[in-house]
Design a protein around this ligand. Sequence first.
Ligand code: NAP
Length: 469
Amino acid sequence: MPIATTNPVTGEVLKTFDALTDEEIDAATGRSADAFRELRGTTFEQRAQWMRAAADLLEAEQDDVGALMTLEMGKTLTAAKAEVLKCAKACRYYADNAETFLADEPADAEAVGALRAYARYQPLGPVLAVMPWNFPLWQAMRFAAPALMAGNTGLLKHASNVPQTALYLGELFARAGFPAGAFQTLLVGSDAVEKILTDSRVRAATLTGSEGAGRSIAAIAGRELKKTVLELGGSDPFIVLPSADIAEAARVATTARSQNNGQSCIAAKRFIVHTDVYDEFVNAFVTNMSALTVGDPMSDGTDVGPLATEQGRADVEEQVADAVAKGATVRCGGARPDGDGWWYPPTVVTDLTPDMRMYAEEVFGPVAGVYRVTSIDEALELANATPYGLGSNAWTDDSLEAEHLIDGLDAGAVFVNGMVTSYPQLPFGGVKASGYGRELSAAGIREFCNLKAVWVGAGGDAGIDDKTE
Ligand code: NAP
């Protein structure tokens, strides 16, 4: 994939970039290792000051960086600016909380024959971050803010279609005061990832992206015995039971499926509706999806812009065509408009069966699949019947039903009477083919730390009894 800014509104290539040479990658990795030696010696207070300065920069520059994201991948400018502000919040959250999250954890000294015993979190070193284009700032920030606050350094290999946003990120933290080299962007294609990850100076990797990229990076990291966090795809269920507020469920379902032009890992993608409220929900949902304003993502009134890439749109078209060929019904949308750019309309498809690709695959565009079920257990079974397990949404006014779903859904998150969203305060990640490890919250900052056991004795025989391992 060429490293280039291509406007998805028109399909026009606006700017191209050369990939870094091997020598340039080597030099950047060296700078990262040098910056790590410096950063690990700084205090939380110092790093927090720099992190708050990064938040200030993001807030001051939200219009420009928001417009850049919209230009490169087509999300609405309103959503892009909100994303910038969310990043600033995450910077402040980790500036405020990192020291508490990584405080020494006392252990029972007497039980281990020590004078003092505790566990200490320490940074690992340079971490490679391979990131996707769909939330070009937020995905990278979810890694960067906790990693830098822990004292790690970052090497960002961003998606090839958002190079200018990647370059902005590559300068942000140095501008905020972090040591030069603490967080760098490497403009490289995915073919350079293996070389970077096998460099002994790089200690770990995080990837947010597709299942295929996850398998590839995990295989390399496995050979190298390096820690990975993988945030992969999802096909989140949105269960609607009869006791729910159906109009509200249909309203939120519309946002959950169309946000970010339908290209969110945690977008609700499969709508699993009890037969008693199926017609009411589907009618309201189709009305809402049809009413969304599709158009110029730079305009205030736009709900849905174009898809980010030509290939992405082709994938969505093929999945819908496959379903239709096998008997599915398109209730709205379902056909691309004529003209330039990678447009695809909000679409609702019903009458889906297990032989259709949409049934088990992730659809990365504004296309909703709706399923009819006759019981909560059938809903649960269908919700869990994909390879993925990222987020899940459950709509019910019955607390026993809610508990049943909270326990039963195989997913990294369940949101009851709401839609899955990421918050700095809550862990974020998946199970099954959606990956492993967690970002955000205290769990996120601990992922790239060495949890060091510290045992301090008085010498002599203390602890000798348990020297078996
Ligand atoms: P993608 O193709 O996997 O790209 C993501 C990143 O991985 C890009 O930087 C890409 O580089 C790189 N990459 C691709 N193949 C690679 C390989 N074999 N080895 C090493 N690096 C590789 O993903 P996408 O299709 O652009 O993004 C959408 C996917 O990301 C969806 O599945 C979505 O659900 C998932 N996602 C997950 C989360 C989450 O938190 N769980 C969040 C957002 C998105 P190039 O651009 O140079 O190819």
